[in-house]
Ligand binder design. Structure first.
Ligand code: NAP
Ligand code: MN
Length: 265
């Protein structure tokens, strides 16, 4: 880490946070880190807040591959946040010792109607934005797999498997696996409509295409992590594992398994 010294701090400002962050700034100075105002210049982008803030930090800075993302939690430890703002000793130790390591997390490449491209680190979700159901034709590697009717579908990454995916009874996936998971949000299953009904975990080299059936309710909301995309008319959403990964700094003794245990058991 010694030659990567330009740091950008991403956080939602509040009085309480500012005081704590001042201590972090002082610590950074001691180790000759330079704070930059423009994220594009940074070698390290540190988000301060929860997992939601980490997701925003990545999105707002354009899913940069050439920098290191660090999650510093302002409350409880999360899935993307290994460091704690209230434990400056822990951060200091991380700055100077070998208790940290770099992890690479798979992301999703999402293309809407063949022209608009987005990346996601948790999931891409498609949901009805009115009280009625809507229908999706699901294609896997070009094969028509099923026709879904219900509230929506979620395609998640391994690190996203503990978020929305988990609420939909999807499996938790070790981020060492490059896989994508498709889950349903309240599918209709009757003599007219039939879907798999269970989460589907696919190899990372497959391509999923979700075609929205144009039958009146064809303006679903498309979500990229915690942001709704401003697309009104959408016909086709293509999802695959991206070539690009996000690099994050992690504590060695805080593995994915530790996090799952700490959060859910
Ligand atoms: P939010 O509605 O405030 O957060 C939902 C919760 O998910 C928060 O506790 C958040 O942690 C946590 N979270 C985010 N990413 C996670 C991950 N990879 N593993 C485990 N927990 C995670 O919205 P937000 O904080 O901006 O987070 C956005 C995420 O919320 C979306 O990407 C989606 O996965 C999830 N979500 C879940 C549901 C659901 O379960 N029904 C519905 C919509 C969205 P923090 O408190 O640390 O931020
Ligand atoms: Mn949140």
């Amino acid at each position: 880490m010694t030659d990567r010294k330009k740091v950008f701090l991403y956080y939602n400002s509040s009085q309480e946070l500012e005081t704590k962050i001042q201590d972090l700034r002082n610590l950074g100075k001691k180790y000759e880190f330079q704070l930059v105002q423009d994220a594009a210049e940074a070698d390290i982008i540190a988000s301060i807040g929860g997992d939601g803030t980490f997701l925003q930090a990545i999105r707002k800075t354009g899913f940069r591959e050439d920098c290191l993302y660090v999650g510093i939690n302002a409350g409880r430890l999360g899935f993307y946040t290994d460091f704690n703002l209230s434990n400056l000793e822990g951060i200091e130790l991380g700055m100077k010792s070998n208790i940290v390591e770099v992890h690479r997390y798979p992301t999703l490449d999402v293309t809407v109607d063949g022209k608009q491209h987005f990346q996601c680190i948790n999931e891409c979700s498609i949901r009805s934005n009115i009280i009625k159901t809507f229908a999706i034709d699901v294609y896997i590697d070009g094969l028509h797999f099923e026709t879904f009717r219900g509230d929506g579908m979620v395609v998640s990454t391994p690190t996203g498997s503990t978020a929305y995916n988990k609420s939909l009874r999807g499996a938790i996936v070790d981020p060492r696996l490059k896989a994508i998971q498709l889950t349903e949000i309240a599918s209709l299953n009757n003599n007219e409509y039939r879907t798999l009904g269970s989460p589907l975990l696919l190899s990372g080299d497959r391509e999923l295409v979700l075609k929205i059936i144009q039958d009146g309710n064809d303006h679903p909301i498309i979500g990229a992590d915690n942001e709704a995309l401003s697309i009104r008319h959408c016909h086709e959403v293509q999802v695959k594992i991206s070539e690009k990964q996000i690099k994050t700094l992690k504590l060695k003794d805080n593995s994915f398994i530790h996090k799952v245990k700490r959060s859910f058991l």
